[in-house]
Design a protein. Structure first.
Length: 426
């Protein structure tokens, strides 16, 4: 076999390998295989277990601004005013914080801010810090394919009502790990004075998974199941309702959405402890140490006198953006894909019932003529306009018949008319 034939065979073999590779790769990106049925936990809109839809909803719910944190969390928090409408928000598998960042988060909460952590695990140093605001706890895992989620707080519109979630991989229903907050009930006696300093807001299979810690003048919210906020679950009725009830505890104004903490950072502190730094060498030498102190004093004096001669920097305020149209396009696109008018009407009716329970304090389990009159009188809405909503619900939504687009529009008109009269009384 001569040299030319050998080269020809090598070229043909390489061509076959490249062709097989690209054929497999192109097939793998088409059809059902384009979906990754595992916990990706990114901000995309395609993969089932990403947070794209949640991120769009958070942007809509932050009228004072939505900032994505990609680096220097401590600096971002120092610039954000700590009050009960400004929120730091993290969602992911694990939050990689340095000790400095943990101190900044706790300080932000202590001054009156809100810190929301939705993660399967958090650093041990942060758990140790939170133990000061209640009895000891740890985050554990349970493995199952289906769970029941309940809300324990009295302020929730729905109490003791289960939300059923299932973790699917394609068409298969496989078990996965669900994280819970495991409390040490044996120490109740010793921690009787502090155990009430955090509230148990929600449970998963009767185990705590959503807690609210009081830290100074603010709060830290800890939820251990970020998978419940992914695209797959947010596109369902129960998933969307679950997210609504979780965030009903918050007063959203400005939101710092942290994506940098999802990725591990280099541990500079441990490296510095292994050998002497240049500063350590300077401080060991008497002459260099005195020169260093003189330099620090000179720098401090320079800034003190310079600050008196210059005007303070005026911060640039970002212009408020109206994201209502983007929100409408997102939700409308979602339901346009399903094309299920009755499903949309059922969601609007559930939200309307939640409004009656939270705003008017009226139970909606049983609706009769006396209840309709009571609702109309309390909301200052004509009885006939109130009756139209519940008659439509009984005739169309609760029935087995399909719902046309025109009927859905009519139902929306009934709801908007009710809200118009209710808001007019204010």
């Amino acid at each position: 076999m001569n040299r030319n034939k050998v080269l020809l065979m090598i070229v043909v073999a390489l061509a076959l390998i490249v062709g097989i590779y690209f054929t497999w790769f192109s097939d793998a990106t088409k059809g059902p295989n384009k979906y990754k049925w595992y916990k990706t936990f990114e901000d995309g809109n395609i993969q089932p277990y990403d947070f794209g839809l949640l991120k769009k909803l958070l942007k809509h719910e932050s009228p004072q601004g939505f900032t994505e944190v990609t680096s220097d969390l401590t600096k971002k928090l120092s610039r954000l005013e700590a009050n009960d409408s400004n929120t730091y928000f993290f969602i992911g598998e694990y939050c990689y914080y340095s000790q400095k960042e943990i101190d900044s988060l706790l300080g932000f909460a202590s001054r009156g801010g809100q810190v929301v952590l939705i993660a399967e695990q958090i650093p041990d140093t942060l758990i140790d810090a939170l133990k000061e605001f209640g009895k000891p706890f740890e985050i554990k895992q349970i493995s199952t394919a289906q769970v029941n989620v309940n809300f324990n707080n009295n302020s929730s519109p729905i109490k003791d009502y289960p939300f059923n979630f299932r973790f699917f991989e394609g068409n298969l229903k496989n078990p996965t790990n669900w994280n819970i907050i495991s409390e040490d009930f044996q120490l109740d006696y010793y921690y009787e004075g502090t155990s009430s300093r955090y509230l148990r807001l929600g449970t998963l299979n009767n185990e705590l998974n959503y807690a609210k810690f009081r830290i100074g003048n603010g709060y830290l919210y800890l939820h251990t199941n970020p998978i419940l906020f992914t695209n797959y679950f947010m596109a369902t009725d129960t998933g969307f309702a679950h997210a609504q009830h979780v965030f009903s505890e918050l007063h959203t104004g400005t939101i710092l959405y942290d994506v940098a903490a999802r990725y591990e950072k280099e541990d500079y502190e441990s490296f510095a402890r292994q050998s002497d730094s240049p500063l350590t060498f300077i401080l060991k030498q008497k002459s260099l140490r005195m020169a260093w102190y003189f330099l620090l004093v000179a720098v401090v004096l320079f800034f003190l006198f310079k600050a008196k001669r210059e005007q303070r920097i005026i911060p640039v305020l970002e212009q408020k953006r109206n994201t209502s149209l983007n929100f409408v396009e997102t939700i409308s696109g979602l339901y346009f894909t399903f094309n299920d008018h009755k499903k949309m009407a059922r969601i609007k009716m559930n939200l309307f019932n939640a409004f009656l329970r939270t705003k008017l304090g009226i139970a909606t389990k049983t609706i009769d003529e006396a209840t309709i009159i009571h609702i109309a009188n309390k909301a200052k809405v004509p009885i006939e306009d109130t009756r139209n909503i519940f008659e439509f619900n009984e005739k169309y939504i609760q029935s087995n018949s399909d719902l046309e687009a025109a009927e859905l529009i009519q139902f929306n008109t009934y709801i908007e008319t009710f809200y118009h009269y209710y808001n007019a009384k204010k």
